[in-house]
Ligand binder design. Structure first.
Ligand code: HEC
Length: 159
């Protein structure tokens, strides 16, 4: 019976009401009434679908990356990397907060699926960006040696 068919997503209240009606031997009036209920159920389904979409979007928003390691818990290499970051990168990039400065924030750089450019977040790619620069970001290959680059990457991995 169509009544049962439409009660897929109904909440218990509505199911209860419809069960009552279908057990009442459907007269024309009751059938029309049921059709109206059916239409209401369709509306409700849309509303529920919309709510579910909003809720899952909200959940996706909450599923943010884990917070950066506190500075006090960095190992020696990460601490050196932090010093390099402060000296060479901090004027253009935030590290522990989101939002752009002169370049994009590096918060969660290696925890996100992609770099701001869309490339995969690998040591090679980030090291090449630091050494050779990228668009408005200057090349720093002649100011930082390999150890500095490795240290700063070790720090970026804690963000
Ligand atoms: C003079 C400002 C400036 C400095 C200094 C600077 N950057 Fe950048 N950086 C930028 C800009 C601007 C971009 C965006 C480049 C683009 O994709 O157009 C960027 C992009 C990046 C990216 C993202 C690359 C990608 O593929 O999306 C990384 C990672 C990065 N910088 C790391 C660093 C690190 C580490 C340092 C310090 C060693 C540093 N930057 C120093 C301006 C700077």
């Amino acid at each position: 019976m169509t009544v049962r068919g439409t009660v897929v997503l109904g909440d218990p209240g509505f199911v209860g009401v419809l069960r009552l009606r279908s057990s009442m031997r459907l007269t024309n009036f009751a059938q029309n009434d049921t059709l109206i209920w059916g239409a209401r159920m369709e509306e409700m389904k849309h509303t529920i679908a919309l709510l579910l979409a909003v809720v899952s979007l909200g959940l996706a928003g909450c599923r943010s990356t884990p917070p950066p390691t506190p500075l006090s818990e960095l190992n020696p290499q990460q601490t050196r990397g932090h010093a390099v970051f402060q000296a060479r990168c901090a004027m253009c990039h935030y590290d522990r907060q989101s939002g752009p400065l002169h370049g994009p924030s590096l918060l969660g750089l290696f925890k996100k699926p992609a770099l701001p450019s869309g490339a995969a977040p690998t040591d090679e790619r980030v090291s090449a960006t630091i050494t050779h620069g990228r668009n408005m970001m200057p090349a720093m290959g002649n100011q930082l040696d390999e150890a500095d680059v490795n240290d700063v990457i070790a720090y970026l991995r804690t963000l």
